[in-house]
Design a protein around this ligand. Structure first.
Ligand code: GLA
Length: 382
């Protein structure tokens, strides 16, 4: 699928130079939604959709970036001081952060190709950032450990793109492992690998409703949940993040919170508990419990966090009685995008077909359904 030869010849034709090529995957999150910026737990896996970045240096100091997806080449005389709300903000943001880290980045040509579905909650942005970071660092012969690389890319998105995301997407793109999901502690970035058994397929169902982290709802939900945390912290100063709060805290002080804040916090606190439990279930091969936790997580995300939409709720509901389903939930930042369905491998093809038919009959929208597997993290190709 990810053929570096195509990117190489594209780069040669356009820029008359030989590129070095890097790949960074998108991701799916099995469970743990809107917990990362509360320093809690997430359990994502990198997937076999990825972004390729080919790079070669220039001598005139300019930055030229071509995206095959947007069929657009943009040339910058120098690094713009801030983003302009276009797709180039992601690669330029990475250059900006690396420059602030003290790297003297020369001019370069960058060619981008990606098959991570855009605006679908599968972290096309993080894949672009991480692939760019590896490519740009290669120009100055620098490398970083995966977790540090992820932090730099998250900063690019927070500080340059202006999207207030957490660490999950960049982390898994940089550190994913073939056939594994990873329980990440977003406080200290330590993680536990949880193998995904061979008999389980990751079936990703795109509602075709567009998702965006930069849009209004993500930061609103984040603010609402942080407001709940501030109420708890006013009584119990040891609670800087919802990671440190308990459901008992909500029983005690929930009445001092805005009702929406209380609901958001109930989702985040219970989601942390579910995510750790889900990892334990996966590690001991208890697929039934894993599925139960995923379903519970979906409805908490939908009802308490109000982070779903009618189409994603329908996609989850319609999957419930299909043969082979282990668990289904909306994955990623929310308000559209994809559901993740853990499905018995032997049933995956029939599951995908039936789910697509049911969803189209219910909503009138033709979904895209992909049978994926967990893949490795970002690296140099060839
Ligand atoms: C987006 C963000 C992540 C995370 C998820 C929700 O993907 O980029 O940092 O907050 O939403 O879990």
């Amino acid at each position: 699928m990810h053929d570096p030869a195509i990117l190489r010849s594209m780069h040669r034709d356009r820029f008359h130079a030989e590129p070095v090529i890097f790949v960074a995957p998108g991701r799916v999150n099995l469970i743990g939604e809107h917990t990362d910026y509360a320093e809690g737990f997430v359990m994502p896996a990198a997937i076999n959709f990825a972004t390729l970045a080919g790079i070669s240096p220039r001598t005139d100091g300019r930055i030229a970036i071509y995206s095959e997806n947007y069929r657009e080449e943009m040339v910058f005389e120098a690094l713009p001081a801030k983003g302009n709300k276009g797709w180039t903000d992601y690669p330029l943001g990475v250059v900006s952060i690396l420059t602030r880290e003290g790297h003297k980045i020369p001019g370069f040509n960058l060619s981008i190709w990606s098959d991570v579905p855009l605006a679908s909650g599968l972290s096309s942005s993080a894949a672009l950032e991480v692939a760019t970071a590896l490519a740009v660092l290669s120009l100055v012969d620098a490398t970083y450990p995966g977790p540090v690389l992820a932090r730099l890319c998250q900063r690019a998105e927070n500080e340059y793109v202006g999207a207030n995301c957490g660490i999950m997407d960049q982390f898994i793109s940089a550190n994913g492992k073939e056939n594994h999901s990873l329980l990440l502690d977003c406080r200290d970035l330590s993680f536990k690998l949880a193998p995904i058994p061979d008999h389980v397929a990751l079936v990703i169902a795109n509602t075709m409703v567009k998702h965006s982290v930069a849009g209004g709802d993500y930061p609103t939900r984040r603010r609402e949940s942080e407001a709940a945390c501030a109420v708890i912290a006013s009584h119990r100063p040891g609670v800087p993040f919802l990671r440190d709060a308990t459901l008992e805290d909500l029983d005690k002080w929930g009445n001092e919170m805005e009702p929406k804040s209380l609901m958001r916090a109930r989702h985040v606190i219970s989601e942390d508990l579910r995510t750790e439990a889900a990892c334990e279930a996966l590690l001991r091969g208890d697929m039934k419990e894993l599925g139960r936790l995923m379903n519970e997580a979906h409805w908490s995300y939908s009802k308490d966090f109000e982070g779903s939409c009618a189409e994603a709720d329908a996609m989850v509901e319609l999957a419930q009685d299909l043969p082979g389903l282990i668990g289904a939930r909306l994955t990623g930042g929310g308000f559209g995008g994809c559901t993740i369905n853990l499905v018995e491998q032997k049933d995956a093809a029939a599951f995908a077909k039936s789910l697509a038919e049911r969803y189209e009959a219910r909503t009138g929208i033709t979904p895209q359904i992909h049978i994926c597997h967990a893949s490795g993290g970002a690296h140099r190709l060839e």
